[in-house]
Design a protein around this ligand. Sequence first.
Ligand SMILES: [Zn+2]
Length: 384
Amino acid sequence: MSDAQQFLLVLILFYVCDCISQIGLGSVAFVAWPPWRWRVVMPRNTWGRGNSALVFAGPLPPLGSLFVTSPWPLSLSPQAISSHVSLSFGPPRDAQTSRVIPIDAINKVESSDVEIMINGNVFAVCATPDLASELAELITRLRELPEQEREPVIATALSSSLDTRHLHAEYAHFLQRSRGLRISCNLLWCYIFLLCPLLTWHYGFLWMFVPLVLGVLFFHVPTLVLFSMTHRRLHPEDSTGRRAYFLKSLLCPPMAIRALDVVSKQVLARFHPLAVAQCLCPHQSTTEFARGLLLDLRYPLVHDGLSAEIKEVDQWYRDRTGDLFRAFLEEGGMDVESLLCPPAQLDKSSRSYCPRCRCIYTLVNGTCTDCRGVELVPFDTVSQ
Ligand SMILES: [Zn+2]
């Protein structure tokens, strides 16, 4: 392998590593793959560590964006708040640390970065500081209301996370604000991975070295400037993150190509993944995602060691969010009943199915191997 080929290989490796983003478990990523087709990615921690997972963004032009969003990291009822969330995108959450607190027993609520603090202790961790602040305000408001007036306030707050008109407006605003950066990132990609190898192959590595470095600067510096401007407009409060990424990208031009991921990641974080899927993804992907979400709410994974109070809050919250999601999908024209119908029996050896993941089993009864504690449903029962 020549020096030029080795150099290009190093650049490609750097770039591929920068296409990988770390996101929290329970979050959902929306990744644009060429040509501008959005994919829903539910992370598995087999690709990450602890409470995080890795997501691979589309590496080829036209480079899109990466949006990360997640449901609320807590469950609410008019009586209490629980840190247990049965809805699980990906691996089940650890229920052993789940807590519940009656709303009337809350003295102080505040947010600190992504954490919600209740009575001076960390109660839940959100995907973004904005969501933490929003939920802290909601809990404060609930605390000030009598119990019978809390339900409509919770319903309104949940509905606002499904507000697709607002979501479309935020998305359009983002596209408008990031237009220059998107063009610059795509040009930098084309220069580093298309033009540079072609010129080097034609003229030789040594002869081309200085013009190539000057060319990289010609595309690299404007990309960094545009990144700073776009990031400041969209995330004015995050000056530390902006400076850190700027310095890293300054030293490594391929990293600057992924600047769009950095500015886009939290733009739609306050919206529920279901609303983002409906706005961005093709119909088939949205249907599959919605089916998984509704079945997850109807047939939750079984967690051991949950107190009766946590189960009560969880049941109330699941019922309300389930009703809300069904109404949202039906309003969008989706036939929810057909979405939730049992899978077709493949042949006579198919004896049962999992109502949550719809896997088909040859067993007559038992529990699903993928869905902890969920009982299989015999096909005979369905046909009777
Ligand atoms: Zn299952």
